[in-house]
Every structure is written in C-alpha cells, then in structure tokens.
Design a protein around this ligand. Structure first.
Ligand code: HEM
Length: 487
C-alpha cells in the first residue's frame, strides 16, 4: 500500500519522477564504477566478486575461525567456484587472494619490486608505525639487519642454546602428574620468558615481567579485532595496553641509556646493543622491541603447543622421537656431560622432521598482507596496481598434489624431502624472499630443546577435547589442557 502511494506521488509529479530517474542513474553509474571500472581497464582480472558489506566487503567470513589444518569454509568455497586465484573485497580494498603456491612464491620473491608488505591500518596502529611489520624500504632493511645480527647463527650456538635448555627444564620440572593444566599457556610462558630475557634482560621474578605478560594478552586480543576505537572494544583495550607495554620497555631503555652514558658494562641484550650501536630514535627502538617480542613469542609458543598436540595423537612418532633423544642423553652421560650443545642439536634428525611436519599441518601463519605497487600479470591474470594481495601460505601445505594425504601428521615424509637439498626450504611457514622470518632457526631450536626434555620425562594426554584453530592467530579454544605422567 505504502509503495503504491509512493509510486502514484512520483508519477503525478514530473519533477519528482525526473529526480527519481536521475538518482537511479547515479546509483547505477556509481556502482558500475566501483565494481566494474577495473574490469574495463584490466581485461583479465581473476574471477570473483568485489561485493559483501560496505567498506569491509567479505572480511568477516574470510577471518571466521576454522581448523588450522584447513583453509576455512570461505576460502574453500571460493576455490571450488573460481579456482586458486580469485578477487574479493577484504579490509576495505579490492584484493587478489592466492592459494596458488607458484603465485605465492612469486609474490614473496618480488617484494619491493612488484609487491609491498602492507598490513591493515588497525594492525599497524597497535604494532606501531616503526614496527617491522609496518616498515618498508631502507628503514625496514636497517631494522631487519639489527634483528638478523641479534639472532645470527653464532649467537644461537654461543648464548641461546644453553639459556633455552635451562628455561625448558625449569618450565617442565614445575609440571605435576595427573593435574590438568594448559599446555599452550605453559608454552607461551616459556617463549615469553626467553624473549624478554634476550631483548631486555628481564626475568620471571621481576614484577614488570608479570605486568608485561598481562598487558600482552589484551594487546594480542586487539590484533584480530575490528578496528573500532570506542570504549569497551578489544581494539581500544589493545591500544591502551600498547601504551603500558611501551612504558615498561621505555623504563628499560632509560636504564640502558644511563648505563651507556656512565660507561658501565651493563646487560648484553638487544636493547642495550641498539642503544650502543645505532642512532635509532626512541620511538623507533620501542616499536622495534615490541614487534620482535610479538613476532618471536606468539609464533614459537604456538609451534610448541602444536607439537604437543600432534605427538599425543601419533604414538609411533613420539616413540621414535623418545628413542632419538634418549640416545643423545645416554651418549652425553657416557662422556660425563649434562647440558646439550650444538653438535647434539645437529644430531636430532627425526626431531627436525617432527618440527617441519608440525609447522606444515599446524599453519601458525595462514596468510600474509601485501599490495601490488605496479600492474602485474601472472599466468594471464591482471593484478592491478594498488590492489591488496593476500598470499595464503598455508595452501601449499595442504595441497594433496604437493603433500600426499596432507591431513595426516606424518613426520616421516620429511626424511625424503629433507634429503633433497633443493627442497630444504620447502616449508612456507616462515614466509620467503626479503622478509623471510629472521627467527626461524631460533624457533626450531626452542622446539627441539623443549621436546628433548619433554619426551624423556613425560607421557601426556589431552584432558579435554581441543584442536588448533586459525583465529586468524593460532589458538587452542580450550588452551590445550593436558595431563602428564612420568615415563
Ligand atoms: C614457529 C615460529 C615462527 C613462525 C611460524 C614465524 C613466521 C613468520 C612469518 C610468516 C613472517 C613474515 C611476515 C610477512 O612476510 O609479512 C615472520 C616475520 C618475522 N619474524 Fe617470525 N616466525 C616465527 C618465529 C620467530 C621468532 C622466534 C622470532 C624472533 C626472535 C621472529 C621474528 C620475526 C621478525 C622480526 C619478523 C619480521 C621480518 C621482516 O619484516 O623482515 N619470528 N615470521
């Protein structure tokens, strides 16, 4: 009835009718401009739709939590309909999503020539404009070389290995038999304590370490939230936590500056070395430390939890791992040594297979954020300049044409892969190209040290059902509750 009345009003007034027609024409032209304009210029855009919600497009279904050993329903459906390369509107931008391994490697290798790292504004605001995730170009290279020299192989051998082992023993020794606890929380504690020690010489007994960890939790919750800065939102809380975290790091920075000015030896950590050896500004140093703390602890703790999760479901792998580590320990006892060294680590052949398989099936980082900085053509498709580009790096790990029976936790597959030198860098978990994760070897070392002590001391079982979920950060919804028993 109301519609009929409206129609009669419009038809009886020519001016209103003309206004209606013009408005409709403007809407049609505007919609065509938004959705189809690129299609006029770029003939071969990948298939897909730039629809969804205003501004955010299909971000919500794309980010919906799902099993980490899958690509999620949204991506699976898109691949079934359009193939491995498709267009969609995400994070406010027209975006090309790629689940195609060869395009993904091409994107990562062409960093700064054709594509550029480009995280959504919300993530950048929380991490800081000087964080390594947000930086590109010369300043990124400068920050990266600081991170690289800090985690160089030499340091891993000399300093880190014994620290990591000590921390692993300390964490594991505190576990009690038959009492349920969150293995993911313990893994976070392990990786966090190591990171704050390397970065700022902080330890567990300091009250500011506990405060840093507490603030860090709400900081992380905001990373995957919708960036709405209103009271009560996870995003607002994360921004507030960022300020508290920066204050704690800032206090440590003041100590290092004072030590340097007074000519004192001081601590041997990254913060002290940046103060002594670089001319970075205060806000740059704070964001650098914050970003390495984030990159270096969330990921390796997830990797350790994943190993605990996968091994409890594969007794054969656990048994073989235990035999490898018992053999190493027995040899050390015969030599009268107690602590592990680099040579022992090099002997952990099957452990490396377990680590790779854990990273493959666990998919700690599902996708990366890039944008095209030139018009690019790939296999006949146009990727327009300034469009978002999302390489789903986990797609390669779950591709049955690359990994037979990809849903199966099968560490033995790596005995063949790792014997082929050219395939040694096959795993995509650490990205690739000029932004390849500088902490990859450190993360593997942390996993190996913890596994060495864990498998020799305990059997374990899930106390409650749980599984790894891409949130998009890797999470265990129940915290991976386990019970341990001495072997
Ligand atoms: C299993 C554990 C880890 C995984 C799966 C992982 C994964 C990644 C990935 C995928 C990237 C690339 C991001 C991009 O290209 O946009 C990255 C970058 C980075 N990671 Fe890791 N990471 C791990 C452990 C670590 C550790 C232990 C550290 C440090 C101590 C670390 C420090 C960094 C840093 C500083 C970057 C930035 C590199 C750059 O922008 O050039 N990561 N990581």
């Amino acid at each position: 009835m109301a519609t009929e009345l409206l129609l009669i009003t419009f038809l009886s007034s020519p001016i209103l009718l003309i206004t209606l027609i013009i408005t409709l024409l403007i809407i049609i032209i505007f919609r065509r401009r938004i959705t189809s304009d690129p299609e006029n210029k770029y003939r071969n855009l990948p298939p897909g739709h730039l629809g969804g919600w205003p501004f955010i497009g299909d971000t919500i279904p794309f980010m919906r939590p799902h099993s980490a050993a899958s690509l999620g329903e949204f991506v699976d459906q898109k691949i079934a309909r359009h193939g491995k390369i498709f267009k969609v509107k995400l994070f406010g931008k027209p975006t090309i999503v790629s689940a195609d391994p060869s395009l993904n490697r091409f994107i990562l290798q062409s960093e700064e020539r054709l594509f550029l790292c480009s995280y959504p504004k919300g993530v950048e605001n929380i991490m800081g404009k000087w964080s390594m995730l947000a930086l590109t170009g010369e300043i990124h290279r400068e920050m990266r070389s600081i991170a690289l020299s800090f985690i160089s192989n030499l340091k891993l051998k000399a300093d880190f290995l014994s620290d990591i082992e000590e921390q692993a023993v300390e964490i594991i020794s505190a576990w009690r038999e038959n009492i349920t606890f969150s293995a993911h929380e313990e893994a976070k504690k392990f990786a966090f304590n190591l990171m704050v020690k390397y970065l700022m010489s902080m330890n567990m007994s300091m009250p500011e370490t506990a405060q840093l960890r507490k603030e860090y939790t709400s900081f992380m919750n905001g990373m995957a939230s919708i960036p709405i800065n209103l009271p009560g939102t996870a995003y607002r809380k994360a921004l507030q936590s960022r300020l508290i975290i920066l204050k704690i790091i800032g206090n440590k920075l003041d100590e290092k500056v004072q030590n340097t000015e007074e000519g004192l030896q001081g601590d041997d950590d990254l913060l002290a070395s940046v103060v002594k050896n670089t001319d970075l500004k205060r806000e740059q140093i704070l964001d650098l430390i914050l970003s390495i703390l984030f990159a270096g602890h969330e990921t390796s703790s997830a990797a350790i939890s994943l190993a605990i999760y996968f091994l409890q479901s594969c007794p054969k792998a656990l048994q073989q791992l235990r035999e490898e580590h018992s053999k190493i320990s027995k040899r050390k006892m015969e030599m009268g040594e107690t602590r592990l060294n680099w040579d022992d680590y090099k002997k952990m052949e099957f452990t490396k297979c377990v680590i790779n398989e854990t990273l493959r099936l666990g998919n700690i980082v599902k996708f990366l954020h890039r944008k095209a900085i030139r018009d690019v053509q790939f296999n006949g498709y146009d990727i327009p300049c300034s469009w978002g580009v999302i390489p789903i790096i986990s797609a390669e790990h779950l591709d049955p044409s690359i990994y037979e029976d990809p849903q199966q936790f099968n560490p033995w597959r790596w005995q063949i892969i790792l014997s082929n030198v050219s395939k040694n860098n096959m795993i995509m978990s650490f990205s690739g190209g000029p932004r390849l994760c500088p902490g990859a070897e450190l993360a593997k070392l942390e996993m190996a040290m913890l596994l060495h002590h864990l498998v020799q001391k305990y059997e374990w079982e899930l106390a409650e059902k749980d599984f790894p979920v891409s949130f998009p950060f890797l999470e265990f919804p129940n915290g991976l509750p386990i019970k341990v028993h001495c072997v």
